[in-house]
Write a new protein. Sequence first.
Length: 244
Amino acid sequence: MAGQRIQRQTGVALWRQIADRIRTSINHGDFDENGMVPPETTLALQFGVNRHTIRSALAALAQEGIVRAVQGRGTLIERKERLSFPISRRTRFSQGIGDQVRETRSMLLASGEDVASSELAKQLRIEPGAPLIRLETLGHADHRPVSRATSWFPADRFGNIAEIYRVTGSITKAFKELGVADYVRVVTEITATHADEGDLTDLQLSPGAIVLVAQALNADLDNVPVQYSISRFAADRVRFTVEN
């Protein structure tokens, strides 16, 4: 990270760029030798900014729980192991990380009715404009928010899935009550991006944090699509494992 200069006049605050660089260096193990982030004066020289800007970057990382200021010592890296989230033929949130934490919980943030856009119609193999049920959910692991998701379901088959999910807190249980005993993952596409306003609030992240975005299609055992979802995971809390 030494000697890295940041880009000015890009529309992205300097402290946010620096927080991104420090976060990436921590994830790469650059500071594993002593478990401390370099002193503010060192970072200020490396990035070519004043110490106030460095303090703002470190404050944002502290808010995320990545670092912690220790009086008389400096800034300590908080060692929190990432949860391993498996992507497999049967991908389930609670089952995927259940053996790594004491408790998992999913909650319904909002629900509503949509009409299928051309992209959603293509994914779910239905006609554009067909009615859909939308669920917006939040997944917790040991009381810490891990993921937020928006899912769409064909309304003619899953018209009351929101009510069932609100009671059960489980897509799998809701599917079973609606006649889908089992379902499988057809495809998952994963990208990375900066957290948006919803991520900052629901996942309790600070501006500049990175999220992993998983776009996924699930189908029943007759290969009929039942759910299309876009899930956003806090990148410093989860890593994906692809299982064959």
